[in-house]
Design a protein around this ligand. Structure first.
Ligand SMILES: Cc1ncc(COP(=O)(O)O)c(C=O)c1O
Length: 306
């Protein structure tokens, strides 16, 4: 079972004891929103940016956040402090809450707040050697059907693409939009490098990734950047391809649909950006308060695993 601490509606639990109701509309219908946040070396990377995005997601689905922003921030800091972890992953969620059956959100009585503080490991050694990818047959849900900036609790479009990658023995799936342009990977944004220029797939049909934003900042003054739509053939002809996400960090893609990208190894621009990304995340961010220092907000509820 996962290590860590989980906050659920006012109480803290060891990871294996945290529960929500089977009548929660987050479980029944995927009605809710979430964030994925990492902390490194005792600092939470871009915490406020993630909180902003979570409140924006909630706003986009008409879910009134169960707690005010400042309180939510305190809960995240306290949960992280209680976990005792210095490197890890946070998964805050707002669900529509417990209610009668039937998808009408008015049936849910009050939204719930959950903050999971644990660890995550996605690509491991492949950060150094590079990933293989397929192009999913399934297209990314179009923005006309669901705003890609809603990080909702329903990830089936992404999960089915990832399953296709699994079935075909690849590490990742690249999803195209309905027009055939590259949208994103299953839970990562996508970039290509050609002639020293970094090409970022636009976010018309993908999440405005916080890692993507960070990479664009790291390119500033060093590599020219173009944000424009491109088809998958553009990736085949690129010298480098890489994907970015909080969980997956910065990961080179060295093979797509059996075609080698560049020389089949992570390229210099990807490696440089990856190196500087890891330096940045390990040296910046909101410090996790030490427990008992007087900086941590007062504990809510009771049990802890520590
Ligand atoms: C669908 C999707 N695209 C892209 C990303 C990357 O976003 P970020 O860099 O903010 O983690 C994520 C991860 O949250 C995602 O779920």
């Amino acid at each position: 079972m996962a290590e860590g601490i989980v906050y659920v509606d006012g109480e803290y639990f060891p990871a294996d004891q945290a529960k929500i109701s089977v009548f929660d509309h987050g479980l029944l219908y995927g009605d809710g929103v979430f964030e994925g946040i990492r902390f490194y070396n005792g600092r939470i990377f871009k915490l406020d940016r993630h909180i902003d995005r979570m409140y924006q997601s909630a706003q986009l689905i008409g879910l009134t956040p169960p707690v005010p922003r400042a309180k939510f921030r305190e809960i995240i800091l306290e949960t992280t402090a209680r976990s005792g972890l210095v490197d890890g992953y946070l998964r805050p969620l707002f669900t529509r809450g417990m209610g009668d059956l039937g998808l009408d959100p008015r049936k849910a009585r009050a939204p719930s707040v959950v903050v999971i503080c644990s660890t995550i490991s996605l690509y491991g050694k492949k950060h150094e050697t590079g990933l293989s990818a397929i192009v999913a047959t399934l297209r990314r849900t179009p923005p006309e059907s669901l705003n890609p900036n809603v990080k909702s609790l329903n990830y089936l479009n992404n999960i089915l693409a990832k399953s296709e990658a699994n079935a075909r023995g690849a590490d990742e799936a690249i999803l195209l939009d309905l027009h055939g342009n590259v949208a994103e990977a299953s839970a990562d944004n996508i970039f290509a490098v050609r002639g020293g220029t970094v090409y970022a797939a636009p976010t018309t049909n993908s999440l405005v990734g916080i890692t993507r934003e960070t990479i664009l900042e790291l390119c500033d003054g060093r590599y020219p950047v173009k944000v424009e739509p491109f088809p998958v053939d553009f990736l085949y002809g690129s010298e480098e391809v890489f994907i970015t996400g909080t969980g997956g960090e910065v990961a080179p893609v060295v093979e797509i649909e059996g075609r080698r990208i560049g020389d089949g190894r992570p390229g210099p621009v990807t490696r440089d950006l990856q190196k500087r990304y890891f330096e940045l995340v390990r040296s910046t961010g909101t410090p996790i308060p030490s427990r008992g220092s007087g900086n941590a907000p007062q504990a809510v509820g009771a049990p802890t695993a520590t």
